[in-house]
Design a protein around this ligand. Structure first.
Ligand SMILES: [Zn+2]
Length: 100
């Protein structure tokens, strides 16, 4: 779980997921109210997060011979799993520095 860079408090899982679902990397610390930026721990993780779900969906669709609904449910299930894991793979920062 990420720690606030300003006050050092550990953020609850719920707070991180809520902000991830808002598609924003900016969030206010629930403890010290300072704006923090969510960033992935490393560039490699960002790449894994953007490619693995897509590859898994394509691979499983071919292997399991899924139809429209199967693909939809599979994508939804994968999204929930990745969203649930995401807070464990993020860090908080005082400044908005995009990984380069
Ligand atoms: Zn804080």
């Amino acid at each position: 779980m990420p720690n606030c860079e300003n006050c050092g408090q550990k953020w609850p899982w719920k707070t991180v997921v809520k902000n991830t679902m808002k598609f924003t990397n900016k969030a206010k610390c629930p403890y010290c109210e300072k704006t923090q930026y969510l960033k992935p721990k490393s560039r490699k993780l960002t790449a894994i997060f953007s490619y693995i779900p897509t590859l898994l969906i394509i691979a499983l669709t071919l292997i399991l011979d899924l139809d429209g609904w199967g693909i939809f449910l599979l994508a939804a299930a994968l999204m929930i799993v990745f969203l649930g894991l995401y807070p464990f793979m993020t860090k908080l920062s005082n400044d908005d520095q995009m990984p380069t």
